[in-house]
Structure formats: structure tokens, C-alpha cells
Design a protein around this ligand. Structure first.
Ligand code: NAD
Length: 412
């Protein structure tokens, strides 16, 4: 341990709240009320944002919190033990590395890394500094997703052979300011990258695969596919006129809809789809799991039940030798047996937090991992493996949709 690390460790006594700074205050604001529920674990100490207006809003809501405009100034603050990075996604890896080198623990918004080089650099920084690094992949902590993980771990699905995750969220309104300037989300779409945001879809299903099939069943290859970019030119033309750069087809290189087909070492196939522009009702939490003994399909909209069918337990009628008639169970019918203990205990608090309770459990897990000096549930190895799909699908598409190998970044 270096002197800086030792000093940082001394600043983080295990039973006092972790002193947290939020970096990138717009997404960070969603955590304000959740932080208030976790005061035994976390103390909001500082907030850092380039925009004065964002800092002013925080100061109104939390007058005791120190405002910073400059990230390096924040890192020099000895009263900050950990940072929650909620800046635009291309900044996460470098900010995480700088923060850990300055002795801070890091909770990073998705995604962890954008290029393969920074993925490796991030792993190295965690291993060298010994700081806690966790990816804030909140979808992994959603109530149905944790229940399905428990079912997978108990062997209910048998061996998992096929999985799907999709993030279908029409975010066209977030691609520009009111004046028509492109935001960072739109800038990303001017570059070739089909699956720019894979972890909400891949995180939960990769965890189910591991729970059912064992840690030796690694993600092995990925093949990328991207559609053309037909939606945004029409949208920008309608909103800002035909002379706006966004109205030109050549501005957009990401494709409207991206799909990654991943294979695992056991031969399982995982389909991950990301579409943030096509017009349709949202479904950010589409998941499917098929095993040798059962299947799962997530709900498509609020009020609809996620569905589960497990051989030998779910409804099945028919004479031997004839096609059986099978029907789904609502997932909730299995809650008594497979509800995650965290949801059992903290349902009321989690339901008040954002993203299906995921935001609550992300913060709680991170703070407890630091306090208990144990690896967090979503460590750097999962974080960079899931995030590497961005760069690897670009490579695959460049090679005419050839499969490319997913590096083994280490870890479990
Ligand atoms: N996990 C989820 O469910 C979820 C939901 C929304 C957003 N996100 C992620 O959160 C991040 C932020 O998204 P957003 O919608 O709030 O974006 P945003 O553009 O609305 O806000 C980003 C903020 O970061 C600030 N910022 C930019 N660079 C900075 C820097 N170097 N130092 C300090 N502040 C800086 C900006 O001023 C702005 O206030 C993204 O990575 C996004 O992918 C995750």
C-alpha cells in the first residue's frame, strides 16, 4: 500500500458513514432522497459539476454540501472518501482512474469504459490502489432481476442456454438542447458504435448465466450488427429545419438499433439490443431466459406481470405422448421462495428510489463493500467485461459482422 493509500484507509474508519461526493450533478440529483435514507452508511459531503446552475440547485437543496466546479480540486479534498461519477459516459474511466490514484473509492455510473485500452487501465488502477471500485449497474438490483438470479442459482432453470436483454428507450429529446445544439448523447451517435450502452441489458443476464451455469461459463465472443440511421435526420429536420446538421443523413453513424450476439464458453447465446431513438413505447427492461428446465419473460409495461414457467412446478396439462398445454406463472407467485432477502427487508425504502429500487441498492451495496472491505457485487472485472461490448461490436461490424473474442479481464 502506498502512503496515499494508507492515508486514505485511515480516513475511512469502518463504522462511520462514508463521505461521498457526487460528480455530475444532474443524474446525481436522483440520488438525493436515497442518500437521505442511508445516512448510517453515507454522508453527502461534496458535489462537483462544471455547470454553475447545477451546483446552485444542489446548494439550495443541501446547503451543508461543498460545491466544486473542478474535478481535480475535489480530488484534493481530504474530507472526501469516495466519488460517485455521474458525468457523461466517455469520462467515467479516466475520472475513476484519477480518483483511485488520489485515494478515493469509486462508484461509477454506467458504462465503466469506452475503449479496450481504458478498460485494461481501469483494472490495473483497481489492482494497484486497492480502492473499492463498483459499477452502478442499477438494473441488476431490480426486484424481478434479483428474483430471477436467485431462481437461476437454485437451479430452477437447469442450464441456461439462451438469454435476451434490451434497452428500448426513445431518448431523441435528450439529443439536443432547446436551441438545437447536440448534447453528448447525440455526439456519441456521430461516431461508429452500435451498442453504446450495453450494461443495463447485459448485466442482469450475465449474472443469471453465471448463477445457473457457474463462473467457468465466461462470455467468449461477440458479433455486432447495426441498422442504418434513418430516424434522427427526419427528427432533426422536423424539429430544427432541413438546414440543421442533424437533418443530414451523413451526420449519424451509430445506427438506430444495435444488436450484439454473444456466445459463452458453454455455448449459451445472449442477445443484447440497444435502441435509444426509434419511436415506440419504452421498454428499458426487456429480458428473456431459457434454460433446460424453464423459461422467463419480463413484463412489457407497468402493471403487466413478469412470467415464469418451471417444468414440474408450473401449469402443464396433457396426456403422455401428446403435446402438453403449458401456461405461465406470474413471477410474483414465486416471491415467497425466491424474493431476494434485501428486497424483503428494504422494500418500502427501495420503492421510493429511482429505477425500480435499483438506485437504493447500488448505493447501499457500494457503501457496505467499502465498510466491510470486501469486493462489491459488481466489481471492475464485470464492469469492463460488460462495457467492452461497445468497442468489440465496432470491431466486429468493421470486419463484416465477424465474431470477435471477448478478453478475459480476470476476476472470478
Ligand atoms: N443508471 C441509470 O439508470 C442512468 C440513468 C441516467 C443516466 N445515467 C448515466 O449517468 C450519466 C449522466 O447522465 P445525465 O443524463 O445526468 O447527463 P447530463 O448531461 O444531463 O448531466 C451531466 C452533468 O455532468 C456535468 N459534467 C460534465 N462533465 C463534467 C466534469 N468533467 N466534471 C464535473 N461535471 C461535469 C454536466 O455539467 C452535467 O450537469 C451518464 O453516464 C449516463 O449514462 C445512468
Amino acid at each position: 500500500m502506498s502512503d496515499t493509500d494508507a492515508a486514505a484507509a485511515r480516513r475511512t474508519p469502518s463504522r462511520v458513514p462514508l463521505r461521498l461526493a457526487v460528480v455530475g450533478g444532474r443524474r446525481g440529483r436522483a440520488f438525493g432522497s436515497t442518500l437521505a435514507q442511508l445516512t448510517d452508511l453515507l454522508e453527502l459531503t461534496a458535489v462537483c459539476d462544471r455547470a454553475e446552475s447545477v451546483l446552485a440547485a444542489w446548494s439550495d437543496a443541501f446547503p451543508q454540501v461543498k460545491p466544486y466546479r473542478d474535478f481535480d480540486d475535489l480530488l484534493a479534498d481530504d474530507e472526501v472518501d469516495a466519488v460517485f461519477l455521474a458525468t457523461p459516459l466517455k469520462q467515467h474511466a479516466q475520472q475513476a482512474i484519477s480518483a483511485m490514484r488520489a485515494g478515493k473509492h469509486v462508484l461509477s455510473e454506467v458504462v465503466a469504459s469506452y475503449t479496450l485500452a481504458e478498460a485494461w487501465e481501469l483494472v490495473e488502477a483497481v489492482e494497484q490502489t486497492g480502492r473499492t471500485y463498483m459499477l452502478a449497474e442499477n438494473y441488476c438490483f431490480m426486484r424481478p432481476n434479483l428474483m430471477v438470479r436467485n431462481l437461476a442459482a437454485a437451479g430452477a432453470f437447469g442450464q441456461l442456454t439462451y438469454l435476451e436483454g434490451a434497452y428500448l428507450h426513445d431518448c431523441r429529446h435528450l439529443m439536443h438542447t432547446a436551441d438545437g445544439d447536440l448534447t453528448w448523447r447525440a455526439e456519441l451517435r456521430t461516431e461508429v458504435s452500435s451498442i453504446y450502452y450495453p450494461t443495463h441489458s447485459l448485466g442482469p443476464i450475465a449474472q443469471w448465466l453465471r448463477a445457473a451455469n457457474g463462473a467457468e461459463d465466461r462470455l467468449e465472443t461477440v458479433t455486432g450488427f447495426a441498422t442504418g440511421s434513418a430516424v434522427l435526420p427526419a427528427y432533426f429536420s422536423k424539429e430544427f429545419g432541413a438546414d440543421h446538421p442533424g437533418a443530414l443523413a451523413e451526420t449519424w453513424r451509430q445506427g438506430d438499433s444495435g444488436t450484439a450476439v454473444i456466445t459463452s464458453t458453454s455455448g449459451a447465446v445472449l442477445s443484447v439490443r440497444v435502441d435509444a431513438v426509434s419511436p415506440r413505447p419504452h421498454n428499458m427492461t426487456h429480458y428473456v431466459a431459457q434454460g433446460t428446465n424453464g423459461a422467463y419473460e419480463s413484463a412489457r409495461r407497468d402493471g403487466e406481470d413478469p412470467l415464469l414457467w418451471i417444468a414440474g412446478r408450473s401449469p402443464e396439462r396433457g396426456e403422455p405422448g401428446q403435446q402438453a398445454e403449458r401456461d405461465w406463472d406470474p413471477l410474483w407467485a414465486w416471491a415467497e421462495e425466491f424474493e431476494d432477502p434485501r428486497w424483503r427487508e428494504h422494500l418500502a425504502a427501495a420503492e421510493q428510489a429511482g429505477h425500480g429500487g435499483g438506485d437504493y441498492f447500488v448505493l447501499k451495496e457500494f457503501a457496505e463493500a467499502v465498510r466491510d472491505q470486501r469486493p462489491p457485487e459488481i466489481d471492475v472485472y464485470d464492469a469492463v467485461t460488460w462495457s467492452s461490448i461497445i468497442a468489440l461490436t465496432v470491431d466486429s461490424i468493421d470486419r463484416g459482422n465477424q465474431p470477435v473474442e471477448i478478453p478475459d479481464f480476470g476476476g472470478r
